[in-house]
Design a protein around this ligand. Structure first.
Ligand SMILES: [Zn+2]
Length: 370
């Protein structure tokens, strides 16, 4: 027969209490060996708490209820977060899927379906203006562009900004299936621009000659437009430049002196591949007879833009009299094409003249960070 023992500290059942998880449960007997209750010995608190079996069950029940409530609350929060995430993802993806489909459709129907050109929109956001009468662009283009060929003996580019109201519209990353439409819009306004070309769509190389023959300046951008390749070394850069130079030479008869660095001279991504390369290239291209042109105004179409009005707002906010405007005529830039008439109208109405780059054009060099 079991001996009577003092309160507490007898027959530790050594069973973890399922209600608390941190207590050992002990049966407690009085001196007559009758169980009087249960002691819970806290592992963390190192304290014993005496309570009757009834009280213990009541507390366990209470804890289980609280736990269940807590789990249900967390579950509800989790479901709510999931629902919000699904709604946000759907809202983001659906328009993109739509625009991707539209992009594919437009690429397929590029020759058959004419693109919708946006009507003239006021440069002041939120106000729809009457079309403003503007003078026809006065620049007629250089009659002899043979001196545009790269030649270390002839200086190229002007680093000083003049007080003249000039827009040098530059279109990068073409030619593409959109280049023909860009040329038509430019012709409509009698505007000469500059195309910094790449070799991304060889099937449209003939558009380089077409643009040149219609009075525009052709500049070199990049053969691959792959930062890792172009900026892996100085030699790799000139190898890429020579390749696009040869393609342009086949189309227009010479290698032009005008270049635009992929990402511009202020790009920092080149630092990932070769620290200091932009500083070296900026000097080296000029020593070899080229000149690099950056920009001081951007339509912001480097990233996909779905609303042409956003491009118009960005491109018609000039900080200077002489503007070198960055835009793109590569595949997928339909919104740039739609925005272009309004951008042109804005500048013509405000007394600017559009010109293609020439040997004495403003270079708009940016600060070099690498
Ligand atoms: Zn580019």
């Amino acid at each position: 027969m079991q001996k009577a023992v003092p309160l507490l500290f007898l027959q530790i059942s050594a069973k973890k209490d399922s209600g608390t998880g941190t207590f050992f449960r002990k049966k407690v007997y009085n001196r007559k060996n009758i169980q009087t209750g249960t002691a819970l010995y806290g592992i963390l608190t190192r304290k014993a708490v005496f309570m009757t079996e009834k009280e213990l069950r009541r507390r366990q029940l209470q804890r289980r209820k609280a736990r269940r409530k807590h789990i249900l609350e967390r579950l509800a929060v989790f479901i709510a977060v999931c629902l919000i995430a699904v709604v946000v993802i759907c809202a983001g993806i659906l328009p993109r899927v739509g625009s991707k489909k539209a992009e594919q459709a437009s690429a397929e129907a590029e020759t058959s379906a004419p693109l919708t050109i946006y009507p003239v929109i006021s440069a002041e956001p939120g106000r729809i203006a009457e079309p403003t009468p503007h003078p026809y662009n006065t620049y007629t283009g250089s009659s002899d562009r043979a001196d545009f060929a790269v030649n270390p003996a002839i200086p190229c580019g002007n680093n000083e900004i003049s007080g003249e109201k000039i827009v040098y519209l530059t279109l990068d990353d073409g030619p593409s299936y959109l280049t023909a439409s860009f040329l038509d819009v430019l012709d409509e306004y009698g505007i000469k621009a500059t195309f910094f070309v790449t070799a991304q769509s060889p099937e449209y190389f003939y558009m380089i000659k077409e643009a040149y023959d219609r009075g525009h300046t052709i500049g070199l951008h990049s053969y691959s437009h792959d930062y890792a390749t172009v900026y892996s070394s100085v030699d790799a850069f000139f190898n890429d430049l020579d390749q696009i130079g040869k393609i342009v030479e086949e189309q227009i008869g010479y290698v032009p002196c005008f270049i635009r660095f992929p990402g511009g001279s202020a790009n920092y991504i080149s630092h990932d591949y070769t620290p200091g390369i932009m500083t070296e290239l900026a000097a080296e291209v000029q020593a070899r007879g080229y000149q690099y042109f950056d920009w001081n105004c951007s339509s912001g179409d480097g990233a996909p833009v779905e609303n042409p009005q956003d491009l118009i707002n960005a491109a018609t906010n000039p900080q200077w009299d002489t503007i070198v405007l960055l835009s793109h005529d590569s595949g997928g830039k339909e919104t740039t094409l739609q925005a272009l008439p309004s951008i042109i109208e804005y500048y013509l109405s405000n007394g600017y003249e559009f010109r293609p780059l020439t040997r004495d054009a403003y270079t708009s060099h940016q600060e070099i960070f690498n």
